[in-house]
Design a protein around this ligand. Structure first.
Ligand code: SF4
Length: 272
């Protein structure tokens, strides 16, 4: 899964109004229909990172920020043979680790995150990756998204994993108007049944990889097109969404495009 967030604030309790004006009840029903259709369409959906245990998934998730899963799997294959315990990872000198993970990009930040997280796991948790959101967030180098991946995938604990695919498709489906991953998580938590959080995350992630691309989504082949308010506009959002200040266009260009419109293009780069 691509991208790692560092916002450790827990989602608030009350969902925001629907950006497409539907009632919370209608949004819940539609979310369920979307979930069922995606589950039917993608029976083989899976986490595309290779791992055998929680520690390996944690390392792979850190490396996956702004990097393809194929590249991460290439890089981790020899490393997972050589380094098996948190104590093995924490002993790797950071400059050496930086060289080993260099192909995944953002190698300095990632090396530091792996070093700090494995040091914490070894010294504070006896070498075992902890299994609660609170404990995972207490690890240095671990953000909310990485913690959610661990909870949803390894510990079978309800968790919403907000990556770039999830963010983009949630907005296209009109389930949120937010850009901030924690706010998106909070909006979706209000409409997706808790027991489906992990699988819903996986389905949206998979849908983003194979159909609802950032550029030119394949709307005609989409399993949820009849539930998607962006179908007619081919992924272009025609309702109001929140746009980060850095991405706001000059007033003139904005006026020409119409109020509150936003084309969903290349996903926002996330900090490694
Ligand atoms: S109809 Fe198009 S924009 Fe909507 S979810 Fe499907 S692929 Fe994405």
């Amino acid at each position: 899964m691509a991208g790692t967030t560092t916002n450790k604030r827990a989602p608030a309790k009350k969902p925001a109004p629907s950006p497409i004006g539907e009632t919370p009840d209608d949004a819940r029903k539609r979310a369920l229909r979307v979930f069922r259709a995606l589950t039917k369409a993608y029976p083989d959906a899976h986490v595309p990172l290779n791992y055998r245990n929680a520690l390996e998934l944690l390392v792979a998730t850190i490396l996956s920020a702004q990097c393809t899963d194929a590249r991460v799997n290439e890089v981790t294959a020899p490393l997972f043979v050589k380094y098996r315990k948190a104590s093995d990872w924490k002993r790797i000198p950071v400059p050496k680790l930086e060289k080993m993970i260099h192909p995944t990009g953002f190698f300095r930040n990632k090396a530091r995150a792996i070093h700090e997280a494995t040091e914490d796991i070894d010294t504070r948790f006896g070498g075992s990756v902890p299994g609660t959101m609170e404990e995972l967030l207490s690890l240095r180098g671990i953000g909310r998204k990485s913690a959610s991946v661990l909870l949803a995938t390894i510990y079978e604990t309800p968790a919403i994993v907000v990556d770039t695919h999830f963010s983009r498709i949630s907005r296209r489906l009109g389930f949120t108007a937010e850009i901030d991953p924690t706010k998106i998580e909070f909006d979706l938590a209000g409409i997706v049944p808790r027991k489906h959080w992990a699988d819903f995350s996986l389905m949206l992630n998979w849908h983003g990889r194979v159909t609802c691309y950032a550029r030119k989504p394949d709307c005609d082949a989409c399993a949820v097109r009849k539930h998607c308010p962006a179908f007619e506009s081919r992924g272009e959002i025609t309702w109001k969404v929140k746009i980060p200040a850095a991405k706001r266009r000059p007033a003139k260009a904005k006026a020409a495009a119409g109020p509150g419109t936003r084309r969903e293009g290349r996903p926002k780069r996330e900090k490694a």
